[in-house]
Design a protein around this ligand. Structure first.
Ligand code: F6R
Length: 593
């Protein structure tokens, strides 16, 4: 949530580096954005706009900015509405800052700063950062020590970058709880501090990730250097690693949207996951497995429960991280605790993992971002190989997470990845059919997604995806549950997507949808070719639409179904004219509780 970038350079074109990085960072939040820079006369300027980076770019380009140092921010509002005054950077007496995270004690600090004569223009927690640094400098502290003093007073989480107009050759950053990376350009003429490797792609080929409580100070003299010090104030060297994010990863490659590109990558992601999977966790050593995650990653855990219990015969609990961490859970010392997170930064999942570690229990994380906090703190890591996922709604990462979990349960040698890949490709070839169905779905007031067995977690994922992209109320249910209450809302404005491959649950799910049809509800039956002979006229009902997917072994069937529900959500949002890559109110990487 919230993306930050900052640059210090021998060249005066930093505004373009800031804007291009903000465009790549937009997936972290996109309600407003801004930059601050220092001009050749050591004067600080800010440009802030409400809306997307495109609007900010236009505003910056109107002013033909020339600057060697600057900071930029793209916001996902927490404290304070989406307004220009609440947009970052915030400033005070020539200091400007950008912030990701939450300063929990900002009210108390704000009161003290108001008493010291400062007035505040925003409703944000972040503005106290700029004011406190400025206040500290009033008593003679240098920019660097004023920054360090301020940081020591904050309760909460932050990644902060700061500049000061009287010291235009200095750029400072600090991290606690929110990710931050630093890198030099290839020619050594520019230094960048940013939220993640994606922001730094095409700016820095090699980067270092800051550790908790690190402060980084970049200085421009004869050369450009940065120095990192740790919580005890000692200078430390953090490992410099290649920035693996290529420009290709963060461009649409001819697709209309990132989401469509990422759905079309799903079969390849399945293949890569299989090819690269080489973890040998002996599940028989554990009396049980607990899986903890949020959102789509939680649904990946639910699906894994079916496989781990069925194939490996091991008891599995699946928990939502934000509940698990606050309910004083009873922990089983000998169980395997698995944390699933695409971003590796979801704060609830990270804190749940810390809670388990603190009890002396080993943790296993499934993460898609190499250097993320969860990947770095877990005892064991399974790297999912979905590649960079830019679309805010998770799609291909779900494929990588679920397939990795299945490969934990079932030996690779007994698995036929060709079947999975080819079934997923066949679904992609039917993309137009989903587009046609979406035209009908778009008028629905609300939606149910129902399924039994492994199709139940797929239903939950389908409902979440369509809800977040199409802004329509949608609920996933086991198909047997509908009659226990939810059926009360069924009428001719309610659509039900029944996920019913021709498996042992088929007849039962179809029978449950009859109950919906009897109440004038509309049904979209997502089934497989083998069901054609067993529909007994069901598909002749004017309120029924059927989409037939390829049949495959029940073990592999969830994979083509994933692609199908992702396509359905995609086309429905497109049919409604919404921005599928940046749905309203959301952001990828949820680093606040
Ligand atoms: C839904 C979606 C979210 C994430 C959730 C957890 O499309 O993307 O529900 O799955 O915020 O995120 P990670 O996996 O990064 O921990």
């Amino acid at each position: 949530m919230c993306g930050i970038i900052s640059a210090l350079s021998f060249d005066d074109g930093v505004s373009e580096s800031l804007l291009s990085a903000l465009e790549r960072l937009e997936y972290r939040g996109y309600d407003s954005a801004g930059i601050a820079y220092i001009d050749g006369n050591s004067r600080l300027h800010r440009i802030r706009t409400v809306g997307r980076i495109k609007t900010l770019r236009e505003a910056v380009e109107r002013q033909s900015v020339k600057a060697n140092v600057g900071i930029g921010h793209t916001r996902w509002a927490t404290h304070g509405k989406v307004t220009e005054l609440n947009a970052h950077p915030h400033s005070a007496d020539g200091v400007a800052i950008v912030h990701n995270g939450i300063i929990e004690n900002y009210q108390e600090l704000r009161k003290r700063l108001v008493a010291a004569g400062y007035s505040f223009e925003s409703e944000t927690d972040s503005e106290v950062i700029a004011k406190l640094i400025a206040f500290n400098m009033k008593s003679g502290a240098s920019f660097e020590s004023a920054f360090k003093q301020a940081i020591s007073k904050f309760v909460g989480t932050f990644a902060i970058a700061a500049i000061y107009e009287a010291e235009p050759d200095v750029l400072i950053g600090a991290k606690r709880g929110s990710p931050m990376a630093v890198g030099l350009s290839k020619d050594g003429r520019s230094c960048f501090i940013a939220s993640d490797a994606v922001a730094l792609s095409s700016l820095a080929d090699e980067i270092a990730y800051l550790e908790e409580e690190d402060i980084v100070v970049a200085r421009k003299g004869d050369t450009l250097r940065y120095e990192i010090c740790n919580a005890s104030g000692e200078t430390v060297v953090r490992e410099v690693v290649p920035n693996k994010v290529s420009l290709d990863d963060v461009t649409k490659n001819g697709y209309e949207t990132f989401m469509l590109k990422e759905i079309f990558e799903e079969p390849r992601v399945a293949r890569n996951t299989y090819d690269k999977f080489d973890y040998d966790v002996d599940l028989s050593k554990f009396p049980g497995v607990s899986i903890i995650a949020c959102g789509t990653s939680y649904y990946a855990g639910l699906l894994a429960k079916y496989w781990l219990e069925d194939i490996a015969g091991i008891h599995v609990d699946v928990e939502i991280a934000s509940e698990f961490r606050y309910r004083n859970p009873v922990l089983f010392k000998n169980s395997l605790y698995v944390f699933i997170s695409q971003s590796g930064e979801t704060i609830d999942t990270l804190c749940a993992m810390r809670l388990v570690k603190a009890a002396g229990i080993k943790t296993l994380a499934l993460v898609n971002v190499d250097a993320s906090s969860i990947a770095r703190e877990a005892d064991y890591v399974i790297k999912t190989v979905a590649g960079v996922e830019v679309g805010v709604a998770s799609t291909k990462a779900f494929v990588a997470q679920t397939l990795s979990m299945l490969l934990l349960a079932k030996r690779k040698a007994d698995f036929d990845i060709d079947v999975v890949e080819s079934a997923m490709n066949s679904v992609l070839n039917k993309s137009h059919e989903f587009a046609k169905t979406a035209e009908k779905l778009k008028s629905g007031r609300s939606l149910f997604y129902v399924g039994r067995g492994t199709s139940y977690p797929i239903s939950l994922e389908g409902a979440l995806k369509i809800k977040e992209l199409s802004y329509v109320s949608a609920e996933g249910y086991p198909s047997g549950e509908i009659k226990h209450g939810p059926i009360a809302i069924v009428d001719d404005c309610v659509h039900t997507v029944a996920i019913a491959p021709f498996d042992k649950h088929f007849e039962k799910t179809v029978s449950n949808t009859q109950e919906i049809l009897a109440r004038n509800g509309k049904v979209i039956l997502l089934t497989t070719d083998a069901a054609r002979g067993s529909l007994h006229g069901f598909d002749a009902n004017e309120n029924v639409d059927c989409i037939f997917l390829p049949d495959c072994d029940a073990l592999y069937q969830p994979f083509p179904l994933m692609t199908a529900i992702h396509l359905l959500a995609y086309h429905t949002a497109k049919a409604k004219g919404y921005d599928v890559d940046k749905p309203r109110n959301l952001a990828k990487s949820v680093t606040v509780e």
